[in-house]
Design a protein around this ligand. Sequence first.
Ligand code: XMP
Length: 509
Amino acid sequence: MIIVIDFGSQFNQLIARRVRENNVYCQIEPSDIPVNKIKDLNPDGIILSGGPSSIYEKNSPSIDSTLFDLGVPILGICYGMHYMVHTLGGKIKKAAKREYGFAHLNIIESNPLFKDMETGFQSWMSHGDSAIELPDDFVITASTENTAIAAIANHEKKFYGLQLHPEVEHSVNGTKMIRHFLFDVCDCEQSWSMKSFCDGAISQIKTAVGDKKVIMGLSGGVDSSVAATLIHEAIGKNLFCIFVDNGLLRKNEKKDLEKNLTTNLDLNIRFVDAKEKFLSKLEGVTDPEKKRKIIGKLFIEVFESESNKIEGAQFLGQGTLYPDIIESKSAFGGPTSIIKSHHNVGGLPEKMKLKLIEPLQLLFKDEVRKLGTELGIKDELVWRQPFPGPGLAIRIMGEITPSRLNILREADAVLLEEIKQAGLYRKLWQSFAVLLPIKSVGVMGDKRTFENCIAIRAVTSNDAMTADWAKLPHDLLGQISNRIINEVENINRVVFDITSKPPGTIEWE
Ligand code: XMP
């Protein structure tokens, strides 16, 4: 197994994921972990993550330096490399020129990390400090135009440092470097799989819950369905699921979900109709964050009152994934720049005095899908595109009214039908319609119209942290536009959103 020491990088989960993609078990630990505990875990290798701090800053993260005496191979990435250099007697300095984004990496000395690679290629950098002097027994293995010391090695001790971020998709050969660290440096075995994660998670849930009851909200999406199935595997009928219809679902969604959930999963589910409650509270509200807060608060109320009917529950199950957590929390757990207030994180457990069970919190979406398949969940459910908790409320710009909900539902249904027919549904991370708050002039049947506008949003992504707009074929776009305008009343214009994330977000609100 590999331990990733968390120095606060936004990418540390990505590092763990790259390791797990190679079927090697990986655990992330905070930098204040005692070295004895690391020793007990007996890792084959340690990765020191990057981080936002500068090594010379007060309170910059550090780890007990006896880590370097364990005789275990270490790979330091960015801040992790700076930490290694600084601790072992080298020097780090603020770089004359920040290096952010792509840089051409020139290999100076071949080493196990760069095995079978050409002598130069693109890498992805993000640093303000650089190493200027190396500790004893280290050599420079690569450089870039701005950074003389871009990769280092101490071959004898099997310590390696990379200024670049190999975990980021844009670093050419980055995944290879990680693979080489695992197998050529650390001699790891490929023994970890979704099956072993699944078995481990089930036994952990069993131990944590015992014969107590767990309550869980189901949305009908992949995450809550997979989490519920996993918990169900562990504790069976002591899991009680609640599905709240908030009136913000897509066309036929409730019917489809009812069919899918009850026939695909042998779960204990209560369906609650709370449409009126949600829509009346949302009347006249146009601010996106206000919408989210209202929906989140109401959801908690409805959920709480339903769960009060289930006596003696002590746990709350949630299908929270890692991206939900990092977008709502900083790397150190404090509140920083909350991009959007995801309503499935926080709030509920404190209020209900329940302990949380979040078996998917270290997984990315594609891993959750693999786990779903491992658990025997049908493809139709496992491959559902994500749908946000606040539902159509954040896809109607401006006020939410029953008639605007209907317009969006119909347009969205057409769009999804066409995407599925074109065989693109699984290839896209999400594809949906957005109802804009503007009207525009058109002409239909020789008559002037002044009607609503629909935006088509379709993105590709691996984890929703970044996304690219999908290059849908023009014919398909034409067909979607044509059908929406012909089949959905009160729409006379369709536009296509060509914004990636960042700078846009996937949803419009
Ligand atoms: P953004 O719009 O932030 O979305 O790029 C990233 C992913 O999260 C989903 N999303 C939400 N999911 N509650 C949720 O459960 C929310 O408030 C929420 N906002 C966005 C979005 O659909 C995308 O998959």
